[in-house]
Design a protein around this ligand. Structure first.
Ligand code: FES
Ligand code: FES
Length: 160
């Protein structure tokens, strides 16, 4: 991360734990997460809010962390893909993505799962159209979207 003058102690919560990082108010949250907190599940792809690879939740709201600045998360609850589950204990959505072949390269997958988990919280039994809408901000360049839609449907059924 670029070093700048005027850093301050920025405190927020990440996956349930309070963290304090030395940040300039204009540092991107995605860089704080990856470079300072080593939460590298959150990816950077387009860097301009178009692909969804950097999706996180801030106070439960799906957000692109490449567009978010440090001061905007001060005192807030940030959830990343690491907060969804572990390799040993996957979330139901993560498991469904694996079982249904919902990803190949995995670059878009963390963001896709953050969006899917968010969708299912608000719409527990989505139809195809609602799934497409829920994932509209997330781009995958290497799978067809049908396996992703199948994975979200399987997760929805398993969550009932
Ligand atoms: S890297 Fe943030 S939306 Fe693409
Ligand atoms: S699996 Fe999504 S971009 Fe490759």
């Amino acid at each position: 991360m670029e070093h700048r003058e005027g850093r301050y102690a920025c405190t927020f919560r990440v996956n349930g734990e309070e963290v304090t990082v030395a940040a300039s108010p204009m540092d991107r949250v995605v860089d704080l997460l990856r470079d300072q907190l080593h939460e590298t599940g959150t990816k950077i792809s387009c860097g301009i809010g178009r692909c969804g690879a950097c999706s996180i939740w801030v106070d439960g709201r799906l957000t692109s962390s490449c567009l978010l600045l440090a001061y905007q998360v001060e005192g807030k609850e940030v959830t990343t893909i690491e907060g969804m589950g572990t390799e040993e204990r996957c979330s139901i959505v993560q498991e469904a993505f694996m079982n249904e072949g919902g990803f190949q390269c995995g670059y878009c997958t963390p963001g896709m799962i953050m969006a899917a988990e968010s969708l299912l919280r608000h719409t527990p039994d989505p139809d195809d159209e609602e799934i497409r809408e829920g994932l509209a901000g997330n781009i995958c360049r290497c799978t067809g979207y049908s396996s992703i839609i199948r994975a979200v449907k399987a997760a929805a059924a398993n969550l009932q």
